[in-house]
Design a binder for this molecule. Structure first.
Ligand SMILES: CC(C)(COP(=O)(O)OP(=O)(O)OC[C@H]1O[C@@H](n2cnc3c(N)ncnc32)[C@H](O)[C@@H]1OP(=O)(O)O)[C@@H](O)C(=O)NCCC(=O)NCCS
Ligand SMILES: CCCCCCCC/C=C\CCCCCCCC(=O)O[C@H](COC(=O)CCCCCCCCCCCCCCC)COP(=O)(O)O
Length: 287
């Protein structure tokens, strides 16, 4: 028995309207295209995570699971027509723990990150990501380290534990020292946790710079086309013999070298683009 007579026809009509509306929006509105592309990006990752979870769960929480996530994510750049060029991969120290620091523009950083992610390397992420459904669980299973950015004391003690783990379990850590995504075509001032971590463990820092996305992606303008991104691995910065007092200068030195390379490899030579209303960027203004 039909609960509501005619409901089937109405649903069919709505479905047909939607089928007609979606391609019209796709071709007529760049903003709609941007939203579809971003929604698909997140949805696809959540779906891949559902597939990854049972495979990773067999091993339990283990940094080796990051290899599985990496393999499953590598194809996404082709779906979006993004060419990722890696330079300087020979700078990764072959067999020792280290701390990777890299700039953070958007969740698309995942593409560049997966392109160069070294073995036994786990990212440090905001705690909120743990609650991102299947992606959160997959991250947890792959050993991603979660910190509560609002509780500095807790975050510092987690990072001190990480310093021990780096040495005892021979792992590498990937930190976004800007602490948040930055769409402004520059780099925010660096948080110091990554540098304290490297100094405590006396391990090198490997800076990685991803060029500006602004020729193919701009959140403000709702623009997302195909494009090219360069990922540059810089020479490792040693920390042997450094103490916590040296951390501020170390962080400034690394940021300066990264910002120089960022400007050099970004399309218009300063990391900016059409998207950029303020060429100096928020980071510059705050310095
Ligand atoms: C640990 C952390 C969360 C603290 O954040 P914060 O309080 O907002 O920012 P700061 O880096 O300015 O740290 C505050 C103070 O704690 C110190 N500090 C930070 N980490 C430390 C550590 N591991 N050991 C000792 N001191 C530490 C800083 O030197 C600073 O002291 P100072 O002002 O006297 O120099 C941050 O430093 C960090 O490294 N975050 C990692 C980046 C991140 O959040 N990534 C995930 C999302 S992209
Ligand atoms: C490098 C970006 C990682 C994106 C993770 C993708 C998961 C997305 C899927 C759907 C959930 C949507 C949540 C969006 C998450 C964005 C995370 C992010 O960039 O947060 C930023 C904070 O950055 C971080 O915490 C670093 C995140 C590093 C995470 C690295 C995770 C690597 C592995 C992911 C694998 C996911 C599942 C794989 C399936 C096969 C900025 O926060 P804010 O600007 O709000 O202050």
């Amino acid at each position: 028995m039909e609960l509501w007579p005619g409901a089937g026809n109405l649903l069919l009509l709505l479905f047909l309207l939607l089928l007609l509306l979606l391609p019209t929006l796709w071709f007529c509105s760049p903003s709609a295209k941007y939203f579809f592309k971003m929604a698909f990006y997140n949805g696809w990752i959540l779906f891949l995570a559902v597939l990854a979870i049972p495979v990773c769960a067999v091993r339990g929480r283990n940094v080796e699971n990051m290899k599985i996530l990496r393999l499953m994510l590598l194809h996404i750049k082709y779906l979006y027509g993004i060419r990722v060029e890696v330079r300087g991969a020979h700078h990764f120290p072959p067999s020792q723990p280290y701390v990777v620091v890299s700039n953070h523009q958007s969740s698309l950083d995942l593409l560049g990150m997966m392109e160069v992610l070294p073995g036994r390397c786990v990212p440090i992420a905001k705690r909120e990501l743990l609650w991102a459904g299947s992606a959160g669980l997959a991250c947890w299973l792959a050993g991603v380290i979660f910190i509560d950015r609002k509780r500095t004391g807790d975050a510092i003690s987690v990072m001190s534990e990480v310093a021990q783990t780096l040495l005892t379990q021979d792992v590498r850590v990937w930190v976004f020292p800007e602490g948040t995504r930055n769409h402004n075509g520059s780099m925010l001032p660096f948080k110091r946790g990554a540098f304290h971590l490297a100094v405590q463990a006396q391990v090198p820092i490997v800076p990685i710079v991803m060029s500006s996305y602004q020729d193919f992606y701009c959140k403000k303008e709702r623009r997302f086309t195909s494009g090219r991104c360069q990922v540059r691995v810089l020479p490792p910065v040693p920390t042997e013999g450094l103490t916590p007092d040296d951390v501020p200068a170390l962080a400034d030195r690394v940021r300066h070298s990264m910002l120089t390379v960022f400007r050099e490899i970004s399309t218009d030579g300063r990391g900016g683009g059409d998207c950029l209303k303020n060429p100096g960027g928020v980071g510059e203004a705050r310095l």
